[in-house]
Design a binder for this molecule. Structure first.
Ligand SMILES: Nc1ncnc2c1ncn2[C@@H]1O[C@H](COP(=O)(O)OP(=O)(O)OP(=O)(O)O)[C@@H](O)[C@H]1O
Length: 379
């Protein structure tokens, strides 16, 4: 069996190399496993090249390879995008994920922390190695990865421009989340931990995003009263939006931030979390700074429920029969058409990477079915 170990020394708190040497390689050796190759990423984009070069170096009979990856989500995102655009036949790829990044959304979704805090350090370390233990176990278990493809289309009048596509595994978003990711990158050096996301969130809290969104069928909407998804015909969503985020594979973006609590690894669909301020009947509809500031309190209060095990999806507006503050859907994809002139509404985030929709264009994101990649995680 071909075994590639890849670590990103720049991810998270920059200790991935040290952890690989001190813990990962000795554990593989204990199980009499010698990696075919061990590689450190040397620059952005290198992880994809490492994996493709490794595949190219293998004998053709190798139909399955294992990649032990010590990094955050961004490095896996680069690998999957490189694999997706490769022109050569590819083996099945099984990932052992060892969190080395800042947020590690995918790993923490596969291996969530216990709901009541377990303070002992040993628990932390065994969770960090959980995917490796799943790989080394006598009865290894694999969970397939669901991929989404997001395409940014130029305006129809821009005949010479070509659409750009990106694959995501964890999150594809617009509105507040995309703004947070766009602005937090500038804070990486000064705030290497997850506090940079909170600072960026504060700076964008009163922004509303003018766009039209459409969910792609089949679409179902979560109903808190029955705690079930109810099929809905078409889901045209008029803006403005405060929040528009979709996930595949992941129910959380950080260990405690369970933004899509009904999502499960292995589901071949997207969960869609939407907040549209003008559904708030207590606002007069002025959409001025005063209303935005009032709605910010509501938004913060409700999204704070993501830190309480995903309670935000059940939050209701005041009054009898109050509607949900958060609209939570399950869908095959979405379209997002920003209003021209609303610059921030043109931002799209795919697994932390920010893209800009061309003026007059739109973004279309769909779950990929029956594609050429066979990817799974030991989990
Ligand atoms: N040697 C390197 N020097 C600088 N940057 C690198 C190097 N190798 C990889 N990178 C870049 O590091 C970036 C961050 O990596 P990664 O996403 O794994 O960690 P993170 O951002 O800390 O974690 P998470 O995505 O889980 O929040 C990647 O986008 C990748 O392009």
């Amino acid at each position: 069996m071909s075994l590639l170990v890849v670590y990103n020394p720049a991810s998270g708190n920059t200790t991935a190399g040290q952890y690989t040497t001190s813990t990962v390689l000795p554990l593989l050796a204990e199980h009499k496993l010698t990696p075919t190759k061990i590689a450190s990423t040397e620059h952005p984009g290198h992880a994809g090249t490492i994996v493709l070069d490794f595949v190219a170096s293998l004998p053709e009979k190798d139909t399955t390879i294992t990649v032990v990856l010590i990094s955050g989500d961004g490095t896996l995102h680069e690998i999957v995008n490189a694999l997706y655009t490769a022109q050569t036949p590819l083996p099945s790829i099984r990932f052992v994920l060892i969190p080395g990044g800042t947020a590690n959304a995918l790993h923490t979704s596969f291996f969530p922390p216990p709901s009541s805090p377990a303070p002992e350090v040993q628990g932390e370390d065994s969770r960090r190695l959980a995917s490796l233990h799943a790989f080394l176990s006598p009865t290894p278990h694999l969970t397939p990865l669901t991929l989404a493809s997001t395409t940014l289309f130029p305006a129809e009048s821009a005949s010479a421009a070509t659409p750009t596509s990106v694959i995501s595994l964890v999150v594809a978003s617009t509105a507040l989340h995309a703004s947070i990711l766009a602005d937090s990158e500038a804070l990486r050096a000064s705030h290497p931990g997850i506090e940079r996301f909170k600072l960026a969130a504060d700076a964008n809290a009163t922004t509303w995003y003018r766009a039209r969104a459409r969910l792609l069928p089949p679409v179902a909407r979560y109903a808190p009263a029955t705690r079930e998804f109810v099929p809905v015909a078409a889901a045209e969503l008029a803006g403005p939006f405060a929040y528009f985020l979709t996930t595949t594979n992941a129910d959380r973006l950080e260990p405690a931030f369970r933004i899509a609590p009904l999502q499960r690894p292995g589901l071949a669909s997207m969960d869609v979390v939407v907040v549209r301020p003008q559904r708030d009947a207590s606002l007069a509809g002025a959409a001025d700074e005063a209303e935005r500031t009032r709605f910010k309190e509501r938004l913060w209060g409700v999204l704070g429920g993501a830190y309480a095990d995903g309670a935000h999806v059940d939050a209701l507006y005041e009054g009898d029969g109050g509607d949900t503050v958060v609209e939570y859907f399950r869908a095959a994809g979405w379209e997002w058409e920003p209003e021209s002139g609303d610059e921030k509404a043109h931002r799209v985030c795919a697994d932390g990477t920010i893209f800009t929709i061309p003026n007059g264009g739109k973004a279309v994101s769909t779950v990929l079915n029956g594609h050429k990649l066979d990817l799974a995680v030991y989990a």
